[in-house]
Ligand binder design. Structure first.
Ligand code: ATP
Length: 357
């Protein structure tokens, strides 16, 4: 749980302080006030590029001095991240005052989010679904981000060598494939573990008011029992001709079925797709809570707006049951009238005020 959050020169917030003292943190305010920016700041307390997937430069306040900082107190440890003006593209991370890697943040806090952009998650390309899957996986397997980074780095290096296969040193390609094998196998295993446990968790969930999903990993690269490293070696020529690596966990996809309708998520209505995502998030929160003894922090950007009042009330109840901290945004205070146990904040033009309860 985040006990205290400070932002400096982050997006439109020159200087903001938020001290949550309730399980829910509600951010309300007009369009463009800076609500999502606060969720994005929180999302930067996890490995990766945050909930917008934006470049670090874009996060630096336009009229600021070229640096930004985010700091949060989590169970007595201060997690900090930001950039300095002389290195605006290099993310710096400090944990308990000590310079650390961004991936180490996953040992302290798991953070999962739902944003309006994810309304198209099941319709858009697999990349977004993989990022979502990996974000969920990271909460159970804190080493997942490091495996992912090393896998991608080895794959990029292999792809470069394959552009001139005849001159490339086969031993060097082999070494890179061994790294891809090691980290790719770990990636795939962690994802498979997450999916299996999520499905077990979802068995006990009701079909209403949120749709119950069945989750699978789809393999665009074709299922194969062949050891991954061996497969990469066998497919060198094919990959060289394609100009990229065609097999591996970077080509796996998240496949979600609406159980009651026996329908793929992509065919479901927008509201049903959102309900499927909420079910996944709620089941995931229960799983993480049981596994790590600490539920994830949930960042829900404008989730309440499109829910009818009874679903909204059910969502608040279910979120409360997770026992974790839930950050929510909305333009209307009235959407959250029935919600008890919330730190209510009003955001306007990059300023955050505590609202009257
Ligand atoms: N680097 C930056 N420096 C200064 N301002 C920025 C920067 N990046 C974005 N902004 C401003 O932040 C505002 C958007 O904030 P945000 O997305 O948090 O709004 P919001 O309150 O969530 O609005 P909505 O209800 O429309 O989603 C915009 O006015 C945008 O111009």
């Amino acid at each position: 749980m985040i006990g205290r959050l400070t932002l400096s020169d982050f997006r439109n917030h020159a200087d903001a302080l938020i001290v949550p003292d309730q399980p829910f943190v509600l951010l309300t305010g007009d369009n463009g006030a800076g609500k999502t920016n606060i969720l994005e700041a929180v999302s930067m307390l996890a490995p990766g590029r945050g909930l917008r997937g934006a470049a670090l430069r874009a996060m630096t306040r336009q009229d600021g001095g070229g640096s930004f900082g985010i700091a949060a107190e989590v169970d007595g440890v201060v997690l900090g991240t930001g950039v300095s003006a002389d290195a605006p593209d290099r993310r710096q991370v400090r944990i308990g005052g000590v310079a650390s890697s961004a991936n180490a943040l996953a040992d302290h806090l798991s953070i999962v989010w739902l944003t309006p952009a994810m309304d198209r998650l099941f319709l858009d390309s697999p990349g977004g679904r993989r990022r979502f899957l990996d974000r969920l996986t990271l909460a159970l397997h804190p080493g997942h981000a490091a495996h992912s980074a090393r896998y991608e780095a080895a794959m990029r290096a292999r792809n470069r060598l394959l552009t001139d296969l005849r001159r490339a040193d086969p031993a060097w390609i082999g070494a890179l494939e061994a790294q891809m094998d090691e980290h790719g196998t770990a990636l795939a295993a962690a994802r498979a573990d997450l999916v299996a446990r999520l499905n077990r968790q979802l068995v006990d969930q009701p079909d209403e008011p949120f749709a119950r999903p069945l989750i699978r990993i789809a393999r665009e690269d074709g299922a194969s029992d062949e050891p991954f490293g061996q497969r990469l070696a066998r497919e060198r020529r094919r990959d060289a001709a394609a100009g990229r690596t065609l097999s591996g966990p970077h080509r796996h996809d998240l496949d979600v079925i609406h159980i009651a309708k026996n329908q793929a998520a992509a065919l479901c209505s927008t509201g049903e797709q959102k309900a499927l995502l909420l079910s996944i998030l709620l089941a995931h929160a229960a799983l993480v809570s049981a596994d790590r003894g600490q539920p994830p922090v949930l960042l829900l950007d404008e989730v309440a707006a499109h829910l009818d009042p009874s679903r909204r009330a059910a969502l608040f109840d279910r979120l409360r049951e997770t026992g974790g901290q839930v950050w929510m945004t909305g333009t209307e205070d009235s959407l959250f009238n029935e919600l008890n146990g919330a730190t209510r904040l009003h955001v306007t033009a990059g300023h955050v005020f505590r609202s009257a309860a």
